[in-house]
Design a protein around this ligand. Structure first.
Ligand code: FAD
Ligand code: FES
Ligand code: FES
Length: 1288
C-alpha cells in the first residue's frame, strides 16, 4: 500500500528556473504556466489546433549528449511528461524591461500583431525554428507558422516580419528597413539564453534519473518506465492503462470526451521505442515523433536509389501535411497507427506500401502486417490490450513499383483529411501490365479501408483508360457511405475516392513516360508598406505608420488579457451547464452529485437571480438562465462554482438536467417561414416601379442563394473576472468586452443594484469582431451573481468548445431573388427577400436585417429595387453581431447574377440617391474601381485566364473584380456619441481615457496619435491604461467601424481645450518646454478635461423608407484570381489586388492591417468556414479541429493592398474614414473568381447556363458544381436523414 502511494518529485525547468513543488498535477495533468505567473503562452483552444500556447521544449539526450529544442503546444503537454526537460516561454527570451529578442522585435516592427493574442505563439514557433536554423528558407518559415492561427492580421505582416531572417531576401529587407526607419538586430542566441540552457544541460542530465518514475495526480497515476521490459510488465499488470506517447490523441479524449484513465503508462523514456535503422527498408521506432520520422525518411530518400524510395517519398509527402509542427514534434508514429483514426494520413500509405509492425508482449514478439485485417473498427486494431507496437518496418520499393499518397482536407495545412489515399501499383518488368496493386482510403469509413475488389479489376491488365474505367465502376460499388455517415459530405467523399484514383492514374502514366513535373507556384508578397506623408512636422505622428502601441507587449507576452489577472485569495471559477435539447421543458435539475464533488462551492439557477432575470435586446427579453423551458442546445441552464477550473468543469458535467421534449423544433429558415416564426418587425424597402420594370426586362433570372453563418473565432474566448469589493454592494468587473457600459448595466440589473456600484474595466481584448457585446453581458451577469452569492472573486473563461456552442455566430441567410436584365447587361429590376436565421433569441437580429436592406444596392444603381427581410426565430443558438453586421450577406443576391464583364455598366456613375434617399457622390467609388482594374491588369489577365482554361482540363482559373460602397455609422444617432477624459500630470505625462476598447483594431494607437498632435507632445508621453466605466461613463460600443471617428473626436476636443488653457503660459515663456509649462500651469489649476463628440444625427425612418443612416460612405474594389483543382475542389488564391478608400489615413500600417485581416475573414466566410449542426440541433463544429478559419497557407500568393490617394472626408477626424469592417465583403471576390473557374469546368463537362453555388464555396461545393465525370458517377443517396442540417 505504501509503495502504491509513493510519488516521485516532479521537476523541470521553466525559463531557467527549476519548478518542483509549486506545480500541482491537476485533474487534466495540464502544464499550468499561470501558477508560475507566466501568462505569455495563451490558451486559445486547448486541443493543439491554434498554436497560441506554443513554447519551446528542450530535452537532453544522454546518448548524443545534445539538447534538442522543439516547439510544442503547452495545452496538450502533460505536465508529468516534462520531468527533466526545460520549457522556454515567450517571457524567457526577452522583455521590454530588459532586452527584446529580435524575434519579438521584428513581428512588432512589421505590424504583425493586432489583438496580440496569437503573437506569443507565433514568436515561439519562429524562435524555435531559428534556434535550430538561424537562416531558414521562406518555405521553412511558412511551414513553421502552419500550426499557428491568427484571426486578426491576415498573416501577411507576420510573414513579412519573419522573412527578414531568410538568407536571400535582401531587397525585401532594405524596403522593410526603410519602412520601419531603423536597423534590425540579427538573430542570435543571446548569451544568457545559451548559458541558461547549457547550464540546464547538467541539471537536466541529473533529473534524467534512470529509474521508473511515478507521479500521482488528482485523478490519475502516471508511471514512466525506462526500459521495454518494465513497460511490458506494467502493461501486463494494467492492460487497460493506455501507453501515452505524444498525448495528441489520448489528451483530447481526456480533456474533451471525459475519458478517465486512473493509470497512465508513459512510454516516452523507453529508448527501445525510438530506434531507427535502415536495412532493406526502414525500421522506425514506434516512439519516434512524426518530425523524427520525417527527417529519417528525408535522409533515406536522399541516400537510396530513387526506385527504392517510392513508399518513403509518399509517406514524406503526407507527413508534410499532418497537423502543425508543434503536433508533429510530439505525436508518434506508433500512436498514429495504434489510434487507428479513420482519417490517419499515414495508415493508408503504410498499408499500401506493405509495411509491418513489430509488436511485443511479455511472452515475445510478433510481426503484424499492416493490411486490411489490421484495422477492425473505429479506433480499433487487432493489437491485444497488453501489446505494444515496437517499430514499423517500411520495405523499400521494387523496380517497376509506383507508390503515391494523396489527401484532401478542408484546409491545405493543419487540417485532418476529408479523404486520403495510399496507392501502389507494380508492373511486370518492361510492360505496363499490372502485377500487383493496393488501394487504401482514409475518411470513408470507421477505419482505413482497402478497395480490394477495385484492385482486382486492374491486376493483369494494362494501365490505360479502359482498365481504370472498370476500376472506377467497381470502386463506386465497393467504397460506399450511407446518407447519414458521420462527417457528412457523402457525395463529395465518394467522388474523392474516384478522383484520387484518377490522379494516381495520371501520375503513373507520367511516371511511365518519365516526364518532368512542372514547378510549383512561387510565393510572392507585396513590397513592404511605405506610408504616405502629408507634409506635417516631424513630431506629428498623424498619418504615419506608427507601430501598435502594445506591439512589444504582445510580442513579449507582457500584454495582460482578462484571464491574465493574477488569481486572488479565495478566487472561484465558474462553469455553465448548457441545455442538451433544442426545445424542451426542464422537469428537474439534479445538482446533488455536483455539490458533493471536490472543491464545489455553489450551483445556482435562474431562481437565484435577485434582480432582473432577463436582458432586453431591441425591446425583446432574453433569459439570462433558462427558466423552465429551453429553446436551443447550448442555452445556459445553471452555473457551477468551484475552487479551480477543472473542479468546476467536472462538476458541471455531473449536473443532471431532466427534460421533457416539446414539439415543433424549428432549425431552418424554410421551417420558420412555414410556421411564421419571426422576430418582429420585418422590414421592407422599395424604389421605382419594380413590377413594370420586370415586364419590360429582356431577361429575368430567379433563384435562391444561401450564405452560411460564421463563427467569430476571436482567439481569446469569452473571459471575465468579477470581484465583490465587500462594501456598499460594489462590484468590480474585468471583462473582455466591446461594450463595458452594457456589461455594467447588465450586472447592475441582474443583481438589482444601481449602476454606480458596478464598474467595468477592459484592458484589452483578444479579438472580438462583434461577438463580445450582448453575449458577454449575459455571461458577466451570471459571473457577477456567483460573486454576489459567494462574496468571493469569481472568474469565468469559456473553453473554445463552450464558446462556440453558446455565443452564436454571423447570421446565415437565405436570399430569394428575381433580377431583370436588359440584353446589354444593365440590371433594371431586382426583388430580393432575405431570411436570416436568428436563432432562439432576438439579440441584434432585427438591426442586422435592416442593414441587409440598406446595403442591398451596394455600388449598383438599380432604379427599380425591392427588398424584404425577416429575422427567423429558430431553435439554434442565438446569432449576433459580426464584423460587417449584415453587409457581407447583402449585395450578394442581385450582383451575384451579374456576369463580371457587366458589373461596370451598373455602377452608380453620378451624384445619386440611394434607395433610402440618401444623396452621395460616387466619384471615389469609380476611382477605386478604375485603379483596381488597372493595377490588377484585369484585361490582360482575363485573356491569360481564358488561355489557361483552354489548355487545362482539370485545373481552371477564374478572376473577378468586385466593387463596394459601405455606409459607416450607427443608424441610431445616440450610438455615435463619445466622451473622453484627459489628465495631464505635473511631470508632463498624459493619461487619456476614452470610450473605445482596444481589441486589435489599434484604436488606442490612433487616439495616442490624435492626442500627440493636439497637445504637440511626443507619443511616448501619452498613455492609455484601460477603458473603464468609472473614467468615461455611458459609452457606446466599439463597433460599426466608428471607434476612432467618435472617440478620436472626443479626445481631440479635450486636448484642444487643454492646449488652449496653456496658451498664456506658452506666451509668457516661449522658450519653455512642455514639462516646464505644465509645471507652471499645474501649480494653480486642474489639468483634467472632458472632451465630447456629439456624433452625427443619423436616423432611418422605415415607415417612410428614407433616412440618413450613415455618416458617410467608404468605397473599395478588389480583384482576385483563383486556380481550382476540379477533381478535389481545392483552390488557391493566386493574386489579390485591393484598392481601398479610407480618406486620409491616421495610421496606414494599422489600416492596411485591418483591410487585410478583414479580407481574409471574408475569404474564410465565402469559401471555407462552415458551421455544422446535427439533425437535433447540436453544433458539431466546436473547435479549430472541425471549424477551419484561414491559415497562413490561405493568404493569396500575391496580395497587394493600395490606399486610394486624394480622398477626403469632412465627416470624420482628420479626414480619415472607418476601416474595420468594410473589406470583409471583398472576400467575395474570391468566391466569384471561383464561380468563374467552376463555370469553365462545367463548360468542359458540357454543362451550360446559370448555376447555383452557395456560400461558402467549399471544396465540396466547388467540386460538385464542376460536374466532372467522377461526381456524376456517384448515385443519389437514399433518403435517410443526413448527418448535418442544411442551413440556413
Ligand atoms: C491538432 C491535431 C491535428 C492532427 N492532424 C493530423 C493529421 O493531419 N493527420 C493525421 O494523420 N493525424 C493527425 N492528428 C493525429 C495525430 O497524428 C495522432 O494523434 C498522433 O499521431 C498520435 O500519437 P501520440 O504519440 O500523440 O499518441 P497518444 O495520444 O500518446 O496515444 C494514442 C493511443 O495510441 C496508443 N499507443 C501509443 N503508442 C503506442 C505503442 N507504441 N504501442 C501501442 N499503443 C500505443 C495509446 O495507448 C493511446 O491509446 C492530429 C492531432 C491533433 C491533436
Ligand atoms: S491553446 Fe494550445 S494549441 Fe490552441
Ligand atoms: S493578432 Fe493574431 S489573433 Fe489577434
Amino acid at each position: 500500500m505504501a509503495e502504491q502511494q509513493r510519488s516521485d518529485v516532479l521537476a523541470f525547468y521553466v525559463n531557467g528556473k527549476k519548478v518542483r513543488s509549486c506545480v500541482y498535477i491537476n485533474a487534466f495533468n495540464e502544464l499550468q504556466l499561470m501558477s508560475l505567473r507566466l501568462t505569455g503562452s495563451k490558451y486559445g483552444c486547448g486541443g493543439g489546433g491554434c498554436g497560441a500556447c506554443t513554447v519551446m521544449l528542450s530535452r537532453y539526450d544522454p546518448q548524443t549528449k545534445h539538447i534538442h529544442h522543439f516547439s510544442v503546444n503547452a495545452c496538450l503537454m502533460p505536465v508529468c511528461q516534462l520531468h527533466g526537460a526545460a520549457v522556454t516561454t515567450v517571457e524567457g527570451i526577452g522583455s521590454t524591461k530588459t532586452r527584446l529578442h529580435p524575434v519579438q522585435e521584428r513581428i512588432a516592427k512589421a505590424h504583425g500583431s493586432q489583438c496580440g493574442f496569437c503573437t506569443p505563439g507565433m514568436v515561439m514557433s519562429i524562435y524555435t525554428l531559428l534556434r535550430n536554423k538561424p537562416q531558414p528558407t521562406m518555405e521553412e518559415i511558412r511551414e513553421t507558422l502552419g500550426g499557428n492561427l491568427c484571426r486578426c492580421t491576415g498573416y501577411r505582416p507576420i510573414i513579412d516580419g519573419y522573412r527578414t531572417f531568410c538568407e536571400v531576401i535582401s531587397s525585401f529587407i532594405s524596403g522593410f528597413l526603410h519602412a520601419v526607419g531603423e536597423s534590425l538586430e540579427p538573430f542570435r542566441v543571446h548569451e544568457s539564453d545559451s548559458n541558461q540552457i547549457m547550464g540546464q544541460r547538467q541539471r537536466m542530465a541529473e533529473l534524467e534519473e534512470r529509474a521508473t518514475q511515478t507521479f500521482r495526480g488528482e485523478r490519475m497515476t502516471w508511471i514512466s518506465p525506462i526500459s521495454l521490459d518494465e513497460l511490458l510488465q506494467l502493461k501486463s499488470q494494467h492492460p487497460q492503462a493506455p501507453v501515452v506517447m505524444g498525448n495528441t490523441n489520448l489528451g483530447l479524449d481526456i480533456k474533451f470526451k471525459g475519458v478517465v484513465h486512473p493509470i497512465i503508462i508513459s512510454g516516452f523514456r523507453v529508448r527501445e521505442l525510438c530506434v531507427c535503422v535502415c536495412v532493406a527498408g526502414v525500421c522506425i521506432g514506434a516512439g519516434s515523433s512524426l518530425s523524427t520520422v520525417r527527417s529519417v525518411l528525408e535522409k533515406c530518400v536522399c541516400s537510396l536509389p530513387a526506385e527504392h524510395t517510392q513508399t518513403l517519398a509518399a509517406l514524406l509527402e503526407q507527413l508534410s501535411h499532418v497537423a502543425g509542427e508543434q503536433i508533429r514534434n510530439v505525436a508518434t508514429l506508433g500512436g498514429n497507427v495504434a489510434s487507428a483514426y479513420p482519417n490517419s494520413d499515414l495508415n493508408p500509405v503504410l498499408a499500401a506500401g506493405n509495411a509491418d509492425h513489430l509488436c511485443v508482449i511479455p511472452e515475445g514478439k510478433r510481426e503484424v502486417p499492416l493490411d486490411k485485417d489490421f484495422f477492425v473498427g473505429f479506433g480499433k486494431t487487432v493489437l491485444k490490450p497488453d501489446e505494444i507496437v515496437l517499430s514499423v518496418f517500411i520495405p523499400v520499393s521494387r523496380k517497376g513499383e509506383v507508390v503515391r499518397a494523396f489527401r484532401h482536407a478542408p484546409r491545405k495545412e493543419n487540417a485532418l483529411a476529408t479523404v486520403n489515399a495510399g496507392l501502389r501499383v507494380w508492373f511486370e518488368e518492361g510492360s505496363n501490365v499490372v502485377k500487383e496493386m493496393s488501394v487504401y482510403y482514409g475518411g470513408v469509413g470507421p477505419c482505413t479501408v482497402s478497395a480490394e475488389r477495385t484492385v482486382q479489376q486492374v491486376i493483369g491488365r494494362p494501365w490505360n483508360e479502359a482498365t481504370l474505367s472498370d476500376a472506377y465502376r467497381a470502386l463506386v460499388d465497393e467504397v460506399t457511405l450511407g446518407a447519414s455517415a458521420p462527417g457528412g459530405k457523402v457525395m463529395f467523399r465518394r467522388s474523392l475516392t474516384l478522383s484520387l484514383l484518377f490522379r494516381f492514374y495520371l501520375h503513373v502514366l507520367q511516371h511511365l513516360k518519365d516526364t518532368v513535373r512542372p514547378p510549383s507556384v512561387t510565393w510572392f508578397y507585396p513590397t513592404y508598406l511605405v506610408p504616405p506623408h502629408y507634409g506635417q512636422s516631424e513630431q506629428d505622428p498623424v498619418g504615419r505608420a506608427v507601430q501598435h502601441q502594445a506591439a512589444l507587449s504582445h510580442a513579449t507576452g507582457e500584454a495582460v488579457y482578462c484571464d491574465d489577472f493574477p488569481r486572488t485569495q479565495g478566487e472561484l471559477f465558474l462553469s455553465v451547464v448548457t441545455s442538451a435539447r433544442a426545445h424542451a421543458r426542464i422537469t428537474h435539475i439534479d445538482v446533488s452529485r455536483a455539490l458533493s464533488m471536490p472543491g464545489v462551492v455553489d450551483v445556482f439557477t435562474a431562481d437565484d437571480i435577485p434582480g432582473k432575470k432577463f436582458r432586453s435586446f431591441t425591446g425583446i427579453d432574453e433569459e439570462i438562465l433558462a427558466q423552465g423551458e429551453v429553446t436551443c442546445v447550448g442555452q445556459m441552464v445553471c452555473a457551477v462554482v468551484a475552487d479551480t477550473k477543472p473542479h468546476a468543469k467536472l462538476a458541471s458535467a455531473a449536473v443532471k438536467v431532466h427534460y421533457e421534449d416539446l414539439p415543433d423544433r424549428i432549425f431552418t429558415v424554410e421551417e420558420a417561414v412555414e410556421k411564421r416564426s419571426f422576430f418582429l418587425p420585418q422590414r421592407e424597402i422599395q424604389r421605382g416601379d419594380v413590377t413594370k420594370a420586370f415586364q419590360e426586362a429582356d431577361h429575368i433570372y430567379e433563384g435562391e442563394i444561401r450564405l452560411g453563418g460564421q463563427e467569430h473565432f476571436y482567439m481569446e474566448t469569452q473571459s471575465m473576472l468579477v470581484i465583490p469589493l465587500g462594501e456598499e454592494k460594489e462590484m468590480k468587473v474585468y471583462a473582455s468586452t466591446q461594450h463595458p457600459t452594457m456589461v455594467q448595466e447588465a450586472v447592475a440589473e441582474t443583481l438589482g443594484i444601481p449602476s454606480s456600484r458596478v464598474s467595468c474595466h477592459v484592458k484589452r481584448i483578444g479579438g472580438a469582431f462583434g461577438g463580445k457585446l450582448s453575449k458577454t453581458s449575459i455571461l458577466a451577469s451570471i459571473t457577477a451573481l456567483a460573486a454576489w452569492r459567494s462574496e468571493r472573486p469569481v472568474r469565468c473563461v469559456l473553453d473554445r468548445g463552450e464558446d462556440m456552442l453558446i455565443t452564436g455566430a454571423r447570421h446565415p441567410v437565405l436570399g430569394k431573388y428575381k433580377v431583370g436584365f436588359m440584353s446589354d447587361g444593365r440590371i433594371t429590376a431586382a426583388d430580393v427577400r432575405y431570411y436570416a436565421n436568428a436563432g432562439h433569441t432576438p439579440d441584434d437580429s432585427v438591426l442586422v436585417i435592416e442593414k441587409i436592406l440598406l446595403h442591398m444596392d451596394n455600388a449598383y444603381n438599380i432604379l427599380n429595387l425591392r427588398g424584404q427581410s425577416a429575422a427567423c426565430k429558430t431553435n439554434l443558438p442565438s446569432n449576433t453581431a459580426f464584423r460587417g453586421f449584415g453587409v457581407p450577406q447583402t449585395p450578394w443576391c442581385s450582383a451575384g447574377q451579374l456576369k463580371r464583364s457587366e458589373v461596370s455598366k451598373n455602377l452608380y456613375k453620378e451624384t445619386s440617391l440611394t434607395h433610402y434617399k440618401m444623396e452621395f457622390d460616387p466619384e471615389v467609388l469609380l476611382r477605386c474601381w478604375e485603379e483596381c482594374k488597372e493595377r490588377s491588369e484585369l484585361d490582360r489577365r482575363r485573356l491569360d485566364v481564358a488561355r489557361f482554361n483552354q489548355q487545362n482540363r482539370w485545373k481552371k482559373r477564374g478572376i473577378a473584380l468586385i466593387p463596394l460602397k459601405y455606409g459607416v455609422g450607427f443608424a441610431e444617432g445616440f450610438l455615435n456619441q463619445a466622451a473622453a477624459l484627459v489628465h495631464i500630470y505635473k511631470d508632463g505625462s498624459v493619461l487619456v481615457s476614452h470610450g473605445g476598447t482596444e481589441m486589435g483594431q489599434g484604436i488606442h494607437t490612433k487616439v495616442q496619435q490624435v492626442a500627440s498632435r493636439e497637445l504637440d507632445v511626443p507619443l511616448s508621453m501619452i498613455h492609455i491604461s484601460e477603458t473603464s466605466t468609472s473614467s468615461v461613463p455611458n459609452t457606446c460600443p466599439s463597433a460599426a467601424s466608428i471607434g476612432t471617428d467618435v472617440n478620436g473626436m472626443a479626445v481631440k476636443d479635450a486636448c484642444q481645450t487643454l492646449y488652449k488653457s496653456l496658451e498664456p503660459i506658452r506666451k509668457q515663456d516661449p522658450n519653455g518646454t512642455w514639462q516646464s509649462w505644465v509645471q507652471l500651469f499645474g501649480s494653480n489649476t486642474s489639468f483634467i478635461k472632458w472632451g465630447k463628440n456629439k456624433g452625427h444625427d443619423l436616423y432611418m425612418d422605415w415607415v417612410k423608407q428614407e433616412g440618413r443612416p450613415y455618416a458617410y460612405f467608404t468605397y473599395s474594389a478588389c480583384c482576385s484570381e483563383v486556380e481550382l483543382d476540379c477533381l478535389t475542389g481545392e483552390y488557391r488564391t493566386v493574386r489579390t489586388d485591393l484598392v481601398a478608400d479610407i480618406g486620409r489615413s491616421i495610421n496606414p500600417a494599422i489600416d492596411i492591417g485591418q483591410i487585410e485581416g478583414a479580407f481574409m475573414q471574408g475569404l474564410g466566410l465565402y469559401t471555407m468556414e462552415e458551421l455544422k449542426f446535427s439533425p437535433s440541433g447540436v453544433l458539431y463544429t466546436r473547435g479549430p479541429g472541425q471549424y477551419k478559419i484561414p491559415a497562413v497557407c490561405d493568404v493569396p500568393l500575391q496580395f497587394n493592398v493600395y490606399l486610394l490617394s486624394g480622398s477626403h472626408n469632412p465627416h470624420a477626424i482628420y479626414s480619415s474614414k472607418g476601416v474595420g469592417e468594410p473589406t470583409v465583403f471583398l472576400g467575395c471576390s474570391v468566391f466569384f473568381a471561383l464561380k468563374e473557374a467552376v463555370a469553365a469546368a462545367r463548360s468542359d463537362a458540357g454543362l451550360s447556363g446559370p448555376f447555383t453555388l452557395h456560400s461558402p464555396a467549399t471544396p465540396e461545393r466547388a467540386c460538385i458544381a464542376c460536374g466532372t465525370r467522377f461526381t456524376q458517377m456517384i448515385p443519389e443517396t437514399e433518403t435517410a436523414q443526413p448527418w448535418a442540417l442544411e442551413l440556413p
